[in-house]
Design a protein around this ligand. Structure first.
Ligand SMILES: Cc1cc2nc3c(=O)[nH]c(=O)nc-3n(C[C@H](O)[C@H](O)[C@H](O)COP(=O)(O)OP(=O)(O)OC[C@H]3O[C@@H](n4cnc5c(N)ncnc54)[C@H](O)[C@@H]3O)c2cc1C
Length: 498
């Protein structure tokens, strides 16, 4: 008897391929504002197992980019914060804990509101900016280095003051409004009200300078709005909201083929898939959204993307228990002097852990990775800096682990796009959209901007979302199961055999 092959056929309005922060945030936002039927597919057994689960957990509000010559990325961070406060804080009350706070009468700036189990930790990030007598300048033979450092320092102080100090009132007639480009660029001559140091930070700077045989040099220490974020909590809450609006998730599903109509503008007709139980499935939709991170490689030619994919690897060191209780970032004009330390809390079973994440916040360009090169990224510079800040004894008394992760970006010839913070690409008459965020932190803006683009691709009735969201126990439990714990947590749990 001949075996009959059966495949299930399923139709929804929108299919989102990829369940990292990009896919999750887009599906959630679309579901909250429409009655469209939405399905999220992921090839992994759980969502959030790739870049969105392996990151350092640094919520960027612009500090890292405040010294860049070009202000665009800084502006993107500031705008994303505005989107977070307008679109997420009121809806995810208690959880999305960054809001406008009145720091003087009728003057509001964004602040992290302390709360247990919120998305953001109220332990802020101190930015250490070296001065002219710091090791990187003293040890450099180039006169231009100190000049460049001075220019960068002024930009950092000025831009941060404009956005988060005493210059811009974020409350404009009851709405949250970020400063605009012209304000950000008019930073010259401002006195920065955000200068703030602690004994811990002073000691770190002193020990670092002494490790080079120097007396403590002059540093600018700035208290920023950057903080560490609980990425798996954010994803779980977004998934819970999506589930409550009827979004379905299917994990462990492999896309074998895109069936494409190639006459005129490319249209995807169906996805041919293998489910986790080995069945074949044909998925049809009005719109397909690709948010597959490093998985874009497989779809580039079918989707006729014009941009080139660039992948780079970055290393990270986990130290448990944490080395100190303070988040800090050294921003330098010299790459090898970049260093950052973030503190994270986690609960594994009934036990609570505090651990440090150490990195140098720059990426190792690796053109060979697409050809299967397996060389390790060098973690020695991170360890060397950590020895200088914390001392060898303290550092090596910890449980230390390193891992690396791939960062995926699109590279375009266009100047505007090269300064990208997130990528959203579609053709007007096609039925698909490609999305790639450069940072997890941009999820509010990525979801909102993708939503605006979706409205140009398919027609649907928008609906007013509920004002706040409180998940029921069943939805919460389902979301918990769908999202993987963050990778550092997994490493710690395995090491201590929980
Ligand atoms: C080392 C490192 C540190 C970082 N630190 C920070 C930080 O501190 N703060 C910050 O804001 N950002 C940080 N980032 C950037 C951030 O991690 C990424 O920008 C973000 O997580 C990308 O999200 P994504 O959803 O696009 O990709 P991913 O999280 O990789 O998600 C893609 C999903 O698509 C799925 N997928 C892939 N192919 C297929 C397929 N064919 N079919 C179905 N599913 C598929 C994958 O399983 C995955 O779940 C860091 C990045 C790296 C590499």
């Amino acid at each position: 008897m001949t075996k009959i092959s059966v495949s299930q056929i399923e139709y929804v309005d929108v299919i989102v391929i990829g369940g990292g922060i990009a896919g999750i945030a887009i599906a959630e936002f679309l579901a909250r504002h429409s009655h469209l039927s939405i399905k999220v597919l992921d090839s992994a057994p759980q969502l959030g197992t790739f870049a969105s689960g392996k990151l350092e957990g640094w919520f960027h509000t612009g500090a890292l980019y405040s010294g860049n010559e070009d202000a665009q990325t800084f502006i993107n961070c500031v705008n994303s914060l505005e989107d977070l406060i307008n679109l997420y804080t009121p809806y995810f009350t208690q959880k999305c804990n960054i809001a406008q706070a009145e720091i003087k009468p009728n003057f509001f700036t964004p602040q992290v509101i302390p709360t247990s189990k919120g998305w953001f930790n109220d332990r802020l990030v101190y930015l250490i900016h070296p001065g002219a007598s710091a090791p990187e300048i003293t040890l450099s033979a180039l006169k231009s280095d100190s000049l460049y450092l001075e220019i960068q320092r002024n930009r950092v102080l000025g831009r941060l003051e404009t956005a988060y100090g005493q210059q811009h009132n974020w409350n404009q007639n009851g709405n949250c409004r970020a400063p605009i480009y012209a304000q950000i660029e008019a930073y010259e001559g401002l006195n920065c009200s955000l200068r703030y140091s602690t004994e811990t930070i002073d000691n770190l700077c002193r020990r670092f300078d002494q490790s080079y045989g120097l007396e403590k040099s002059n540093y600018e220490i700035i208290r920023t709005l950057d903080c560490s974020m609980n990425t798996s909590t954010i994803m779980k809450d977004l998934v819970a909201s999506a589930l409550a609006q009827g979004v379905t998730f299917e994990t462990g599903i492999i896309i074998d083929k895109l069936l494409i109509e190639r006459y005129g503008q490319i249209q995807i007709k169906s996805l041919l898939c293998q489910t986790q139980h080995g069945f074949t499935k044909r998925l049809k939709a009005r719109l397909f959204i690709f948010a597959v991170g490093k998985g874009f490689e497989a779809f580039l030619s079918d989707l006729q993307m014009r941009a080139k994919l660039k992948r780079s690897r970055s290393a990270m060191v986990v130290a448990q228990p944490a080395l100190i209780d303070t988040n800090f970032v050294r921003m330098s004009t010299k790459r090898r002097f970049h260093f950052n330390h973030f503190v994270h809390n986690c609960e594994i079973g009934t036990e609570k852990f505090v651990y440090s994440m150490l990195a140098d916040s720059s990426y190792t360009n690796d053109n060979l990775i697409n050809q299967g090169d397996e060389d390790e990224v060098d973690i020695e510079p991170i360890l060397e800096s950590a020895e200088r800040y914390f001392g060898k004894d303290q550092l090596y008394s910890r449980n230390l682990f390193s891992y690396e992760c791939v960062k995926t970006e699109f590279i375009s010839q266009e100047e505007q796009k090269r300064r990208y913070s997130y990528w959203i690409e579609s053709n007007p008459k096609s039925n698909y959209l490609c999305v790639l965020p450069g940072k997890f932190s941009f999820f509010p803006t990525v979801a909102f901007q993708a939503y605006q683009r979706i409205k140009t691709l398919i027609s649907f009735d928008e609906c007013a979302p509920k004002s706040t969201f409180e998940p029921d126990a069943k939805v919460k439990q389902e979301a918990e199961k769908l999202i993987a714990n963050s990778y550092p947590m997994k490493i710690i749990a395995e090491a201590i055999d929980i």
